[in-house]
Design a protein around this ligand. Sequence first.
Ligand SMILES: NC(=O)c1ccc[n+]([C@@H]2O[C@H](COP(=O)([O-])OP(=O)(O)OC[C@H]3O[C@@H](n4cnc5c(N)ncnc54)[C@H](OP(=O)(O)O)[C@@H]3O)[C@@H](O)[C@H]2O)c1
Length: 250
Amino acid sequence: MFRLDNKIALVTGGGRGLGRAIALAFAEQGADVAVTSRTLEQLNQVADAIRAHGRRALAVECDVSDSASVAQMVQTTLNEFGRIDVLVNCAGVGWAERLAEMSDGTFDWIIKTNLYGTFYCCREVLRGMIERKSGSIINIASVAGVKGVPGLSAYGASKAGVITLTKALAMENTRYNIRVNAIAPGYFRTDMNAAVLDDPEAGPKIIKRIPMRRAGDPKEIGGLAVYLASDEASFVTGEVYFISGGEMAQ
Ligand SMILES: NC(=O)c1ccc[n+]([C@@H]2O[C@H](COP(=O)([O-])OP(=O)(O)OC[C@H]3O[C@@H](n4cnc5c(N)ncnc54)[C@H](OP(=O)(O)O)[C@@H]3O)[C@@H](O)[C@H]2O)c1
């Protein structure tokens, strides 16, 4: 069960953090994987690790907040692999700032990357999935997309948008046998939040709010993503899966 043999996956934000962990978990379960972000050096390292699992890999540079860049990246992936069975929208930026002090540019940057980026990638990849009447899309949202977290209004709004987009897309595409689900992580230790987790004041406060009293390890997200990508999840669509060390149970 949960094998991804003969599946081709595209993971945005696959150069590091949660996207890297998901890309490697997919390769371990037999998928060929394309990874994309703006940093080719990181992508090449992940592609090498995918090939070490005996799978095909592709590293493609792309800025997900730019629709032309996304269209080109998806075309490059299709030229190499012929189709995309699984899309993981993991590229994202995090930024904590009170809304009253936030500039237009910061708000735009967060929404453009997290929400528009997901929109652009879904749109480009969906066309082929609709033609083939098959596919699985996994959008990486956040606990902050449902909870009110001080400082994360723009980020939370972008992730709430991702959750609603996920549900509506799922409803639009059941007829094409395309499943669309979201994973909403709590705190995981990645570059995105290492600084705040290591901050002597903020770090312990965050950990205290997590029932498991620790941040997640990126390796702990791969299994859920593999499940949602696999044929074992054939009856699962429009769902939001929290993975938060108990934070969402409180
Ligand atoms: N870590 C957590 O605790 C946590 C919690 C909830 C949700 N999430 C979500 O999980 C996802 C991954 O986060 P992470 O923690 O793994 O952060 P990370 O280590 O900073 O990784 C973010 C990834 O997104 C890519 N990215 C950012 N902006 C991009 C753009 N404009 N175009 C293309 N790629 C872009 C980055 O690559 P480049 O910068 O090189 O382009 C990087 O590969 C994000 O959507 C984040 O919001 C994380």
